[in-house]
Each structure stands twice: as C-alpha cells, then as structure tokens.
Design a binder for this molecule. Structure first.
Ligand code: NDP
Ligand code: ZN
Length: 374
C-alpha cells in the first residue's frame, strides 16, 4: 500500500571517508520492499557521534561496506535519530497505518525469531542490521536518515505520543534509548539508586535527564568545569570535573550503583579511579565506542576490592523504546538541541562542529519537507 512518493530516495552521501565532512546530495535505490517494511518520509534527524566514526571509517579496517555492495547505492548516507510520517507499508504490516508519525533509531532489522529477539534483546540479535552502513543478507547496504525517506522493518519504528515535538524525539531514538536501556536494567528495584554519568555530550546529557526521571541520584563527570551549570540544570545532583578536582575519587569511593560511560574516547577516562567508586558487585558499563585503536587503561588490582564488573551496552529493545517515549511524554524530557535546516552546508556544519565538540548538546537536522519538497 503506497501513496505518491518517488521510487528513489534522496540523501546526503559520501563515497570516501576522507570526505567525511562533505556529504553530497544523491539519489539512490532503497532496499527491496519487504512485506513487513515501512517507508518513512523524514521530518527531522539528529546527528550522533557514531556517524562521525562511521563516515571516517574509524571502527573498521575494511573499506566502506557500500563500495562493495551487491545492489543499491555505492555511496553512504548516515542518520539514525529519525522522525517522520509513514508513506508506505508492506502487505503484512498490521501495527501501523499510512500517515502515522513514527521514530526510527540505529537498528532497522533483526530476525525476531532467535532467543535474543524473543527476550526483548533484539539489539543483540546476530542478524541485526543497523539503519545505516550495515549489510542486509541480500547484500544491500543500509542508508540512513539524512535523507528524504528511509525504509525499515515495522518492529523498529516506534509510535510517538502526540504531546512530543518531533525535533525533541529524534535524539531519543538512538542516544536516548542507548542510555535508557542500561540505566533501567541496572537500577530497577534499587532504593535511592546512585548513578554516575561520564562524558556530557549528546548521550551523556540525555542520560542525566533520564536517570533523574527514573528516580536516581545523578553525578555527572566531565573533563572540565565548563558544563557544570548545564549539567545541574539537566538534573544532575553532583558534578565532577575530572581534570580539575584532583581529589574527586576520595569523595566517591563506594558510592555508585551504576557508572555509565558515554564518552567517545577513553583518553581522559580514569578507569582505575572510577571502579573503586562502585558499590559491591555493581557495574561500570560503557556505551561510548571510541576509535578502534583506543583501549581501556586498567589495572586489575583496582577492581578487586569491590567485586565490580566492567561491561557494555548496545542500543535498546523496542519495548524499551516505547517505555522511554512514555517516560519522555510523562516527565517532559526534552534533549537540549540545536536545530540546523538540512542542506549540504547544514550537514557539513553539524558534522564538523560535533567533531570539534562544539555542540550543546545535540544537533538536529530539520526542515526536511522544505528541502526535499515532500
Ligand atoms: P558527543 O560527541 O556528543 O559526546 C561525547 C562526549 O565524550 C563529549 O561531550 C565529552 O564529554 C567526551 N569526550 C569527547 N572527546 C573526548 C576525549 N578526547 N576524551 C575523553 N572524553 C571525550 O558523542 P555522542 O554522545 O553522540 O556519542 C558518545 C559515544 O557513544 C560515541 O562513541 C558513540 O559512537 C557512542 N554510541 C554508542 C551507542 C551504543 O549503542 N553503545 C549508540 C550511540 C552512540 P565531556 O566534555 O563532558 O568530557
Ligand atoms: Zn547513534
């Protein structure tokens, strides 16, 4: 079932990681339309740091996937904090109607059949396909949301409560969900949970608001003091500037039920000092995914005294996305965004400023209908 829309999508693409900051307007063929697929006419899309790593090809030793794709574009469009309106649905889609507003995050497909998918862990499905830069079983490389349209499995498109403004929902679809999932999973059932958030960028600032809304006492860790006032306004109860308060560690030993690392680099991460700040048997989880050559600087003796655990977390499930949207609707959670009307220059500006850490705290590309005439 379709309404009028082009058989080709338009988006801002690169073909060479050296040109990562200069995506150019291109037209491309979408993936084959599956019976459970949905086409979204995009209204706005956040800019996540993962896109910088992907465009620069910093997570991989192989060339960009799209260059060797079996069919579809030989160029790459990124974007995975998407909000828009459904303009086409596959024959087997029953959960949505054309015209409905939905969000799509960093995952566009999973098998929905394996034990992980069946236990609300579809983000860890071995057959998961990301919304961009990710290869489907038929060889098509997924194309993201700096575009007129995007195609994804119905399961990964989430209905948005009417009282939420699209531009504030975009960042929740990847960044918000990525921090909601580990916070929710690790503080559930704890009375007065204490959570530390490290790296106050796109993910970190949403983590402060979400942990606060979930009832946690929140301590924000940043490298310097420049984000202190903002972090307190976002809902942090305490603030630590790790490069300035040299004795911060003594104040926080045995304090946290969860430490969530949202920093995009491990260079300033003082893991040996952070781990003793966990209570017994609690977790340090990293959602931050740095350049492939970076490592944790970690002395095993430092995490011996409290039986703590070091781990990771990836995105979130559909169930968690829907929970997060209802939390945002109830507590009026609004990411701090800076809007940029989409166009070649706008995409360039957003990517380069994010790369320079010059963002407060999430860029959202907007005005898609005007640019794409949709
Ligand atoms: P941002 O750039 O918005 O924020 C990253 C923050 O990390 C900065 O604000 C800064 O915090 C800190 N930081 C930046 N540079 C350095 C450095 N050189 N050394 C130490 N800290 C630094 O990025 P996002 O929030 O968009 O993304 C954060 C990370 O999360 C990325 O690695 C991204 O790829 C990853 N990610 C992971 C997902 C998952 O599923 N696990 C999903 C989405 C993103 P401060 O100034 O406060 O120190
Ligand atoms: Zn992301």
């Amino acid at each position: 079932t379709t309404v009028n829309y082009p058989t080709e999508f338009k988006g801002f693409a690169i073909t060479d990681p050296k040109q990562w900051d200069n995506p150019k307007l291109t037209s491309y063929q979408p993936k084959n339309f599956g019976s459970h697929d949905i086409d979204i006419e995009i209204e706005c899309c956040g800019i996540c740091a993962s896109e910088l790593f992907s465009l620069k090809n910093d997570w991989s030793d192989a060339p960009l996937n799209c260059l060797s794709s079996k069919y579809g574009p030989k160029s790459q469009v990124v974007g995975h904090e998407i909000v828009g309106k459904i303009v086409a649905i596959g024959n087997d889609v029953t959960m949505y109607k054309i015209g409905q507003r939905v969000g799509l995050g960093a995952q566009a497909y999973s098998c929905l059949n394996c034990s992980r998918c069946k236990s609300n862990n579809e983000q860890y499905c071995p057959h998961a396909v990301g919304t961009y830069c990710s290869t489907y079983s038929d060889g098509y490389v997924s194309q993201g949301g700096y575009a007129s349209h995007v195609r994804a499995l119905d399961h990964f498109c989430f209905p948005i409560p009417d009282n939420l403004d699209s531009k504030f929902v975009g960042p929740l679809m990847c960044g918000g969900l990525t921090v909601f999932s580990p916070i929710k999973r690790n503080i559930q059932g704890i009375v007065n949970p204490k959570v530390a958030i490290i790296g106050i960028g796109g993910l970190g600032h949403m983590a402060i608001m979400i942990a606060n809304a979930l009832g946690a006492e929140v301590t924000a860790f940043s490298r310097g003091n420049s984000k202190k006032d903002d972090a307190l306004k976002m809902g942090a109860h305490h603030f630590v500037a790790t490069s300035e308060d040299k004795n911060w560690m003594t104040n926080y030993i045995d304090s946290f039920d969860l430490i969530l690392n949202c920093a995009s680099s491990t260079k300033a991460l003082q893991l040996n000092d952070l781990l003793p700040c966990l209570k017994v048997n609690k977790k340090f989880l990293s959602v931050g995914l740095p350049h492939k050559d970076e490592e944790f600087d970690l002395k095993p003796i430092q995490f011996f005294s409290n039986g703590c655990t070091i781990g990771s977390s990836k995105l979130g499930s559909r169930e968690e996305a829907i929970e997060l949207l209802s939390l945002a609707s109830k507590y009026d959670i609004k990411p701090w965004i800076q809007e940029i009307p989409i166009c070649e220059n706008g995409v360039h500006e957003g990517l380069t400023k994010l790369d320079n850490g010059d963002v407060k705290y999430r860029f959202v590309l907007t005005d898609f209908h005007r640019f794409f005439n949709t």
